[in-house]
Structure formats: structure tokens, C-alpha cells
Write a protein that binds this ligand. Structure first.
Ligand SMILES: [Zn+2]
Length: 343
């Protein structure tokens, strides 16, 4: 039965891959595929042990993607260039590909940049501006690290905020840290809380349990000198991904909403010419008020909606293909992911 299921799955994948290949090859209107990555980490990187699987791509897969899109006849292009040429009605290649990276991970410099440079592939990194040069990381990574290495004590009030989101049956015997997949499900459930609430709760945990506080030995977010180096020769540009990665639909305070959207561009502009006024919604969460601020401040915005973009598209509703090792480790899975996104 398992063999039959895997045969059906493999067949479906092949059909989707053929569909994706045909759609891309036959598109006759200038088309932009925006590929989205988060972390670029080798298979043996220790950071993978406390990271959501859907966040990670290997450097080899990134290189394969760049080579493959060129084989498909696509031209790697700066997202900003495509948007400008599109709005000015200038000629665009039949098929363009923009490589984008969300969040501003340090591994983008360590593992993606050498590949981008060697392949001469332009890219945009969407930065969380108040995280740069801080040594901090995002709350999902902090929670994953906590859950996969510690047993959450039963009678300790500093973990009360977390307890309702833990699995009911962690394991026979229960007293063990969670697996990465179990912890990943806790992250999904915690998204019902506000980001700032979770960050405050984590600070309280670290205050009463300093032994579980993150150490700064392995910095996870890009710093200023890495940003400057990658921007040399115009290879990497930087867009906005809010100041603190707060999900906009959860922000009740209008002042904070404005800071996260509008002031983020001011932060970004300190990077000079490499900064582009393009916004990327954290988690894809959008609100009407947020959308108005974005369209008043930026020339375009990336969503988490899946699909490609044609000339004349709404620049504030850019569609992308979110890639990770699980859905693009081979040419067939990459094409299937594109095919599925175009159904
Ligand atoms: Zn993000």
C-alpha cells in the first residue's frame, strides 16, 4: 500500500512538473517569476536542528535553481528593475526571474552570496531593519530552540503563556524536549498571539531562567558590514520587511503600524543606493490600513500569494513562489512547485 501511495505521489509530481514546464515555456507575455528563500544552510549546518523545515534551502539547491532558470531561457533580473521597466512601459524579457530572500539571515551572506556572485545573479533581501546589528533572532527560532532542547517544567508560571499551545501528548513518558516537527506545530499555534506578547513572554522566561537565554555566539541576522559588502557592484539590493517583523494584521496600535511600515523605509534608506522602496509583508498578513500605508510609502509590495506576475500587474500585489528544500531540492520538484502554484 505504501509503495502504491508513493507511486501515485511520484506520478502526480511528474504531471505537475510537466504542467509547470509547459506554462513557463509557452508564456508569451513578459512574465516575472519571483522566487522566495529564507535561510540558506548546508545539510550539516547545526542551525537546521532548531529551524522550521519550510525555511531552509541548501546552497547547492540555490545554485541549481539559478542554473536551471537560465536553461529555461529566463533572465535573472533585479526585482526593482523589472518593476521600473514595467511601470515605464519599457521592453521586458519574455521570462524574468527575481531571486528574493526574506528576513535578512546572516547565512544569506555566508552561503547565498558566494553563489549569487559566482553565478552573477542579482537578488533582493527584505530586511527587518531593527534586527540588524543587534545579535537578536526571531521568536519562532527562540521558541524552537527552547522546545527542542528543554523540557518545559510543569509548575513554573513563566511558561504559562506557552503551555496551552504545547502538544497534549508530547510522548510516552512525556519528560523530553519536543521533536522539530512537534515544535514546528507549536509555532503555528503560537501565531494566534501577538508577536510583541511572545517576545515579552520570552524575555520573562530568560529573566527567571538565564541558562536557556540565547547566546550571541552564533549571530543569525546580517550586520552592517555584510550588507555593505553584498551591495558592492549592485549585486544585492535591500527591500523592507518591517522594523520588527510584527505581523501587521495583529497590530492594534496605529502608531506602531506606521512605524513598522513607514519608518522601516527611513531605516532602509541609510543603506544608500542599495535600498529599494519595495515592501514585503511579514507572514503575508495584510490589513486595509497597512495596505494604504504601504501604497503611500512604497512603489511595490510582495505578498505570500503564489503565482507569477505579468506586465501590467498590480505592483502592490506581487505573487511569488516560496522555495525550500522540501519543495525544490530537484528540478522535478522545483517545476512541480511552480506548476502547482499556477493551477
Ligand atoms: Zn519574514
Amino acid at each position: 500500500m505504501a509503495f502504491f501511495r508513493s507511486l501515485v505521489k511520484s506520478g502526480a509530481l511528474t504531471v505537475l512538473a510537466c504542467y509547470g514546464w509547459l506554462r513557463v515555456r509557452l508564456s508569451n507575455k513578459p512574465t516575472l517569476l519571483i522566487l522566495t528563500y529564507h535561510r540558506i544552510l548546508p545539510a550539516d549546518a547545526p542551525e537546521r536542528a532548531a529551524e522550521q523545515p519550510g525555511m531552509v534551502t541548501s546552497p547547492q539547491a540555490l545554485e541549481d535553481h539559478i542554473r536551471f532558470v537560465r536553461k529555461l531561457g529566463a533572465e535573472p533580473i533585479h526585482l526593482s528593475d523589472w518593476l521600473d521597466r514595467n511601470s515605464q512601459g519599457k521592453t521586458l524579457p519574455r521570462l524574468s526571474v527575481a531571486f528574493t530572500f526574506d528576513d535578512g539571515w546572516q547565512d544569506n551572506y555566508q552561503y547565498a552570496y558566494p553563489t549569487l556572485k559566482a553565478q552573477n545573479a542579482p537578488a533582493t533581501i527584505f530586511l527587518v531593519t531593527q534586527m540588524i546589528n543587534t545579535g537578536k533572532t526571531f521568536w519562532p527560532e527562540q521558541v524552537l530552540s527552547l522546545l527542542t532542547t528543554q523540557t518545559i517544567p510543569k509548575n513554573d508560571s513563566s511558561f504559562d503563556w506557552l503551555r496551552p499551545h504545547l502538544p497534549l501528548e508530547p510522548a510516552p513518558g512525556a519528560n523530553r524536549p519536543l521533536s522539530l516537527l512537534e515544535a514546528d506545530e507549536v509555532i503555528a499555534r503560537l501565531k494566534s498571539l501577538e508577536d510583541a506578547t511572545i517576545l515579552e513572554a520570552l524575555e520573562q522566561v530568560y529573566a527567571s531562567h538565564p541558562e536557556v537565554a540565547p547566546t550571541e555566539t552564533s549571530r543569525s541576522i546580517l550586520n552592517g558590514s555584510e550588507l555593505t559588502e553584498m551591495a558592492q557592484n549592485g549585486l544585492v539590493m535591500y527591500g523592507a520587511h518591517t522594523r520588527h517583523h510584527y505581523r501587521l494584521n495583529r497590530l492594534k496600535d496605529g502608531k506602531i503600524l506606521k512605524e513598522e511600515i513607514v519608518d522601516c523605509l527611513q531605516d532602509l534608506n541609510s543603506l544608500g543606493e542599495a535600498a529599494i522602496p519595495v515592501f514585503c509583508y511579514p507572514n503575508g498578513d495584510i490589513t486595509g490600513k497597512g495596505e494604504n500605508l504601504v501604497s503611500d510609502t512604497y512603489k511595490a509590495a510582495c505578498t505570500t500569494k503564489t503565482g507569477w506576475n505579468l506586465t501590467g500587474c498590480n505592483p502592490y500585489d506581487l505573487h511569488r513562489f516560496n522555495l525550500h528544500d522540501g519543495n525544490s531540492h530537484s528540478t522535478r520538484t522545483l517545476l512541480a512547485t511552480i506548476g502547482r502554484g499556477l493551477l
